[in-house]
Design a protein around this ligand. Structure first.
Ligand SMILES: Cc1ncc(COP(=O)(O)O)c(C=O)c1O
Length: 366
């Protein structure tokens, strides 16, 4: 039986064992019956679990205080909420937003409806502009499709950063970074898909998203404490294993990209600073054929941003980088540190064989 290879980790990771255990233990404990806004004894237990999680997550992300962290439903909601806050502050200051053209659809689709100017980007997908002290800048940290790491240190002024793809791949310490607002999604680091995190350098920036009652400044409605507890466990697990995982990611990436390059397969942005878990290759016209043909070998790859798969026509990311190509032209291979260079060798060879087969069937045979 061939081993299964799950290579779409930038789209989603299942909950890690530690997170699953934390979730179940919490649910089965007395606190699992409590509503954290309730003054009852079990309500206080639930509130304590929630505040312990907030404190631990703040520490792990390098925030100075738990009050800088609020919980949302999904990273997309954190993006929308952070965007509204940031945009309203820019408007009050009479400034037009300056934005990276590399944003994930969670921000890009809102940006499309908002006046903004675009930051300069190289044809390798890296922002190359130094902003001013009074600018309002939106720029993601790690680009989700090609994995490029953006030089946030060059962005002066106020910065809102989508850091959803950073955890477990590069160190993050919010207090040492020039970010005023940042967002994260728990399922990108082995937590549940239902938890997003919004970080505020200055918690007084908070304004509500939606009406209705809420606990603390979190999203409205009853908090999902079990999922937040599981998110804490997943974050601990991801950071505890980060250096080991990064070694595996590096070995895997180096090996598989060498195989691709030796076989004249274009690896996008391979010569700039990227996270070690992401490889984006160009397979003009036949990316979907390749993706489907790899199912036979139980190799599961992705095609760019899973949330952008409804999009047809040229890829906005490639357009921004001055390159050709749409959703049917690229394959994304993203790992979580679970595979090594031997796996990369096996997968790389299969991908090359499959591409050769597809080419033979579609061109040579005709
Ligand atoms: C960079 C980035 N931002 C935001 C999101 C949205 O996350 P979610 O779908 O969990 O809300 C994703 C998910 O792919 C992402 O990669």
């Amino acid at each position: 039986m061939p081993k299964k290879y799950y290579l779409d980790c930038n789209a989603h990771l299942p909950m890690c064992e530690k997170a699953q255990r934390a979730y179940t233990e919490y649910q089965n404990s007395p606190a699992g019956y409590g509503h954290p806004s309730s003054p009852s004894f079990i309500g206080r237990l639930a509130a304590t679990a929630l505040e312990t999680s907030r404190k631990r997550i703040a520490e792990l992300l390098g925030a100075k205080s738990p009050n800088q962290i609020i919980f949302t439903s999904t990273c997309t909601q954190a993006c929308e909420w952070g965007f509204n806050i940031f945009h309203s502050r820019a408007q009050k200051a009479g400034k037009i937003l300056k934005c990276s053209p590399l944003e994930h659809p969670a921000i890009k689709y809102i940006l499309d409806k908002t006046p903004h100017s675009l930051l300069n980007v190289t044809n390798n997908g890296v922002i190359n502009e130094i902003t001013n002290d009074d600018d309002y800048v939106i720029c993601l940290h790690v680009q989700n499709e090609i994995g490029t790491i953006q030089p946030l240190e060059n962005l002066r002024g106020f910065v809102f950063s989508d850091m959803c793809q950073s955890i477990g791949k590069i160190p993050v310490n919010l207090s040492n970074m020039n970010v005023d607002l940042a967002v994260f999604g728990a399922h990108k680091f082995g937590g549940p898909a239902s938890v997003g995190i919004l970080y505020f350098k200055d918690p007084s920036w908070w304004i509500p998203l939606g009406d209705g009652s809420r606990y603390f400044f979190d999203r409205a409605g009853t908090p999902d404490v079990a999922s937040i507890v599981a998110t804490t466990a997943a974050l601990e697990d991801s950071l505890d294993n980060m250096s080991n995982n990064i070694n595996n990611m590096n070995a895997f990436q180096k090996k598989i990209e060498k195989i691709f390059i030796n076989n004249k397969i274009e690896v996008i942005s391979n010569n700039v600073r990227r996270v070690p878990n992401t490889t984006f290759i160009k397979i003009p016209k036949f990316a979907l054929n390749l993706l489907v043909s790899l199912f036979e070998q139980e190799i599961y790859v992705g095609i760019g941003s899973a949330c952008g798969t409804k999009h047809s026509g040229p890829s906005p990311l490639m357009l921004a980088m001055g390159k050709d190509g749409g959703p049917g032209d690229f394959i994304r291979i993203s790992t979580h540190g679970q595979y090594d260079e031997h796996d990369a060798e096996y997968i790389g060879k299969i991908i090359v064989e499959k591409i050769n087969d597809i080419w033979r069937k579609n061109y040579v045979a005709k």
